[in-house]
Every structure is written in structure tokens, then in C-alpha cells.
Design a protein around this ligand. Sequence first.
Ligand SMILES: NC(=O)c1ccc[n+]([C@@H]2O[C@H](COP(=O)([O-])OP(=O)(O)OC[C@H]3O[C@@H](n4cnc5c(N)ncnc54)[C@H](OP(=O)(O)O)[C@@H]3O)[C@@H](O)[C@H]2O)c1
Length: 260
Amino acid sequence: MPSGSRPSPPAPPVALVTGASSGIGRGLAVRLAREGWAVGLAARREVRLEEVAGDIRDYDGVASVHVCDVSDPEQVRSAVAECRLALGPLDLLVANAGVGLRAPPEDLDAEEVERIFRVNFFGAVHAVEAVLPEMLRRRSGHLVAVASLAGFGGLPGRAAYSASKAAMIAFFESLRLDLAPRGVAVTVANPGFVRTEMTEKDDRPRPFIIDADPAVDRIVRAILARRPSVSFPWQVASAATLARSLPRRAYDILAKRVPG
Ligand SMILES: NC(=O)c1ccc[n+]([C@@H]2O[C@H](COP(=O)([O-])OP(=O)(O)OC[C@H]3O[C@@H](n4cnc5c(N)ncnc54)[C@H](OP(=O)(O)O)[C@@H]3O)[C@@H](O)[C@H]2O)c1
């Protein structure tokens, strides 16, 4: 180093957030950027992603935009490669992109169920597949799944959504066991109802619904502490946890209280 020159500051850690164009993903991306992460923003709506990137840059944060549909593995691989090129090796993946579906049993359509799984479950799997090899080589990294309390058990009217989130919880839990000794942490976040575009679509009652900001707070704290899981709000998380071990007849009474 030439005498008198200062060492350059360390590069910021790099995060990629899927579903960063709205709701919880948008909030997580902005908050992580304020915590000093360089953040790759992935989703389908480019204009919305550019707005989020603008918000981050307004606070001198670093962001890059990667338009992709997470249900397409090729698009996810390209988004991860672009993000790596723009920001550097990925330290954190937040697999958050997701879609809801409420459908009565008479409307059961296997193709629709598959579509939900392709986004909610395989979207996360595609992202993990794209980022994991380098994390394993570096023996460092963190995978975060935004699942749902709806994945703790089947809910009325939400067979496909609940099943996709249950699959996500089990998948990431297995990965946590496999990856812990290899330097890669895994966190599963299980929100209850959160006010976002997903819940704005209808005006059904949403017990203990919370705003996106406190949800983002809870998830970011769990990420920073590298906790294995975080479930909230406590009222619904406790009921959902208890419900897992109840006899099924008692479970039915509790589950039927969740609006379909
Ligand atoms: N809100 C709740 O009550 C609640 C509760 C528990 C869990 N969650 C979970 O939280 C996550 C975020 O949901 P949210 O509540 O923040 O809803 P949201 O505002 O509707 O956000 C969903 C995000 O996912 C993205 N997305 C959807 N399909 C995609 C695809 N095929 N490819 C890429 N991105 C896609 C959307 O972006 P584009 O449309 O631009 O692609 C958007 O950024 C979801 O996984 C959801 O299941 C939500």
C-alpha cells in the first residue's frame, strides 16, 4: 500500500431478497440496506423494484434490480448471477416471494395447486439451488425462508397455500440440520396475518393482523441473531404451535375460527 493511503473500507455484506417489489419483501430489503447490506432486489415488476432501489439509494444504500419470475429456474439463476456480478458473493438469501390462494374444495384444480407450489415452494428451492454452492465453498452464508403460520396445519379454504408453506418449513428445517456444520445458517420466518397487497385483496376479518413494519422488525432481528425460526404475532403463533399437538377434533374447532 502506498504510504499515506488509507485501507479501503470492507465491502458490505450482500443480500438477495425475492419478492422485494412490495409488502414484507420490500420492507426487508429497505431495512437490510439500512443495516449496511448491499441488497439485490428480485421480483417480476421492474418499475416497483426500481422504486425500492431508489428509496435505498436515497439513504446512501446500495441496491441492484433483478427482474425474474421465481417459478422459472433459469430466470432465478440469471438473477443470482447478475446480483453476484453487481454486488459480489451472496451472504444472505431471503426467499420471500409468494402468492396466496383461497379456493373452496369444489374449485380444486391441480394446475392451480401446482402454480402455487411453483412460486411459493419451488421459487424458494430455485433460489437456494442458485446460491448454495458458493456459500458451501466459502463455508459461510445464511438462507432465510418467509413461510407462514398457515404452514403449521391445514386451514379452511387454503389447502394449496397451507401445503406450500408446510413444504417450505420442512424443506428449510432439513437444510438447517444439514448446513449448520458447514457454516451456512437457516432461518424460517412464520408470520400470521400482515397488512400487505396479499391481504388487501379482500376485506375478510384477519385475527391479530399486524402492519408490515413490525413484521419486518421481527424478521430482521431473527436474521441478525441467526435464529432458526421466528413466528409471530405471539397470540396466533402460540395457538398454531399448540394446535399442532392437539387431537384432530380439537384442532378442527380451532382451525375453523380462522376465516376461510
Ligand atoms: N401478508 C400476510 O398476511 C402473510 C402472512 C404469512 C406469510 N406471508 C408471506 O410473506 C411473503 C410476502 O408476501 P406479502 O404479504 O408481502 O405479499 P405481497 O405484498 O403481495 O408481496 C408478494 C411479493 O412476491 C412477489 N412475487 C409473487 N409472485 C412472484 C413470482 N412468480 N416471481 C417473483 N416474485 C413474485 C411479488 O412481486 P411481483 O408481483 O413484482 O413479482 C411481491 O414482491 C409471501 O411468501 C407470503 O406468503 C404473508
